[in-house]
Design a protein around this ligand. Structure first.
Ligand code: AGP
Length: 620
């Protein structure tokens, strides 16, 4: 998740933009840049690394970078390596149009070819740069250069035309040397907000970026364009160009709340960022009938002939791997094993060059997972890393990488990185199925269509189950033990739900394969025990129902997570939207995250920094 900031007004804005970028650091980044407009010229500085590097680069410019209209950007690389050339803002061939973008432009390649044919010269490997050239193209009336300066369109109109050519998931801000005192922003799913000051205006990916300057904000809704000048804003409907009314709201957050995006904790903020995390992780990887992961560093030929897949990970990543294992075996019909990394590395595993080992680690720095990946390589296996951090050790200890794109996760209890990992594993499983021809085109298209809807379903679900989760938490917050029961992929979600409650509320929990319950854990049940059952629709739902009946027969409380349109007999039933049963996990975990969260809150605990836990475990 990149960060964007823009300013237009009377003030010299270099330091304002740098401060805005500092306040967006929590979004995570690997490089940054600024562009400022002064005397009809745009100056720009890029730097790889942290904001200090950018400050140094700006200082090295001996104050040449000046202007009262400017944009800044922190980059979380998705397309193109971490280099100065790939840092934003990007410009068009004539350096007259600059843009900063968060998100992914899916049709960048065809647009790049089209614009290159009109003389556009590209200087980066990114998808985003195409937007600067496209706006310039429309500014000039689709000519290489405008017939006459007056023939040049206004910036908002050029952005509107460009917006209608683009496909993807993004928000961007543009400025033009020929249009001083104007910024134009556009939003397609990725967040964008406007700040209205006294004779000045701000635009950013998130309110904290300009909260120190103004508390008067206007939210840019999905599918809107906004033109900014020092005197205010003009909202535009992209297709028709019609004006849109937008109220100004006052924000009463303090600095700490600002860092948390107005949420009371990073964990709650990150639970609400799961839709974005999944949208970013999917973006550019779903064609209509196939999965396109681009070059993951593992040849398709190897994947077509792979003997088996072995997945290694720790903690929450292990639970995501379990979902991935079921998806690989069910969709691709390739044998898949799953092991906790700290066990795998000491069981002298039988591996050879026909095997693929997948190491899942959001941080990319977990010692046991890295050691397991290295051991696998030593034994000749190909190693694929699934990680959230570009440049992490895991990317160096692997032959190939698939990045989740959840952005920086600050809460120790993983939430958005988990759903992003589940989705990344399912994308890989579908790619493998495509290579093995094990899924018919209809099934594949259905799954892809449902994956496309996943961000929307998650966003709605987080809001729709919130009240019920609070009520359940309030009912059971004083319980001394929770049992979680599930079958098949439901078991992976039980394990993750139980881990969340354990790590942030310190309540002992157990998660068990429901079929195993009668072989022991049933002894733990009494009329006080809350039993969380993941009973989403699946080929084993009937079995799960009988296990729920066994629990109810002991008088225990049953809270069930079930699929819309199915009937599950339980004290509390939390419904999740209907999808293919193997896509249910990324949805079913959300109510469990929220129940755990509200129980910990009810106990007055620090959910962001639980006791005894570190975000990244780099020791063995
Ligand atoms: C999960 O909430 C915990 N923070 C922990 O179990 C974590 O998943 C585990 O340490 C693995 O971390 P990784 O994904 O960075 O490798």
């Amino acid at each position: 998740m990149c960060g964007i900031i823009g300013y237009v007004g009377p003030r010299e804005c270099r330091d304002l933009l740098l401060e805005g970028l500092r306040r967006l650091e929590y979004r995570g980044y690997d490089s940054a840049g600024l562009s400022l407009l002064s005397e009809e010229e745009i100056g720009s500085v890029h730097a790889v690394g942290n904001l200090e590097r950018l400050r140094d680069a700006v200082a090295d410019g001996n104050g040449h970078l000046r202007g009262s209209t400017g944009i800044g950007h922190t980059r979380w690389a998705t397309h193109g390596r971490v280099t100065e050339a790939n840092a934003h803002p990007h410009s068009d061939t004539t350096n007259r149009v600059h843009i900063a973008l968060n998100g992914i432009v899916e049709n960048w390649s065809e647009l790049r070819q089209r614009l290159a044919a009109t003389g556009a010269e590209f200087t980066s490997e990114t998808d985003a740069e195409v937007v600067a050239h496209l706006i310039a193209h429309h500014l000039n009336g689709e000519q290489a250069v405008p017939a006459s300066p007056s023939a040049s369109r206004d910036l908002a109109e050029a952005v509107r035309l460009a917006y209608n050519d683009l496909r993807g998931h993004y928000a961007f801000v543009a400025m033009s040397a020929d249009h001083p005192g104007v910024l134009v922003g556009a939003r397609k799913e990725c967040p964008l907000v406007v700040g209205i000051g006294e004779g000045e205006s701000f635009i950013a990916s998130a309110i904290p970026a300009f909260l120190a300057e103004t508390r008067n904000v206007q939210l840019v809704q999905d599918g809107e364009i906004v033109e900014l000048s020092p005197s205010g804003s003009r909202f535009i409907e992209p297709v028709s160009g019609a004006p849109i009314e937008r109220a100004i709201e006052e924000v009463d957050w303090d600095d700490e709340a600002a860092e948390k995006g107005g949420y009371e904790s990073f964990m709650l903020k990150e639970i609400h960022e799961q839709a974005d995390a999944v949208a970013e992780t999917l973006a550019g990887r779903l064609d209509s009938e196939a999965i396109d992961l681009g070059d993951i560093g593992i040849p398709d030929e190897f994947l077509r002939n792979v003997r088996r897949v072995v997945i290694v990970a720790c903690g929450t990543s292990y639970h995501a791997g379990l979902v991935g294992r079921y998806s690989i075996e069910t969709w691709a019909r390739v044998p898949a094993e799953m092991d906790v990394a700290s066990e795998f590395r000491y069981r002298n595993p039988l591996l050879d060059e026909r095997d693929l080992v997948i190491g899942i680690s959001q941080s990319g720095e977990t010692a046991d997972t890295l050691a397991a990946m290295r051991l696998a390589r030593e034994r000749g296996a190909k190693v694929l890393s699934i990680t959230n951090i570009m440049g992490s050790q895991a990317t160096r200890d692997a032959d190939g990488v698939i990045f989740t794109r959840a952005g920086l996760e600050i809460g120790v209890a993983a939430t958005k990185t988990f759903v992003a990992q589940v989705i990344a594993m399912q994308l890989f499983a579908l790619k493998l199925a495509g290579l093995h021809g094990t899924l018919g085109p209809e099934v594949t298209t259905t799954l892809i269509t449902q994956l496309r809807r996943m961000p929307h379903m998650i966003a709605e679900l987080v809001d729709s189950v919130d009240e019920q989760a609070r009520r359940i938490a309030d009912q059971f917050k004083d319980c001394g033990f929770f049992l979680y029961l599930g079958r098949h992929v439901g078991l992976a979600i039980c394990l993750e739900g139980a881990l969340k409650l354990k790590e942030i509320s310190y309540i002992p929990t157990d998660a068990y394969a429901a079929g195993e319950m009668k072989h022991g854990p049933i002894a733990l049940l009494d009329e006080n025990t809350p039993v969380i059952c993941v009973a989403t629709d699946s080929p084993v739902l009937d079995k799960m129902m009988s296990n729920i009946a066994e629990v109810q027969a002991r008088g225990a409380h049953v809270v069930a997570v079930a699929t819309e349109g199915t009937h599950v007999d339980a004290e509390e039933v939390i419904k999740v939207p209907r999808t293919d049963w193997l896509l249910q996990p990324a949805l079913a975990i959300i109510p469990l995250q929220l129940v755990a969260y509200y129980i910990a809150r009810a106990r007055g605990l620090n959910v962001d920094q639980p006791r005894n836990l570190a975000k990244t475990v780099t020791v063995e």
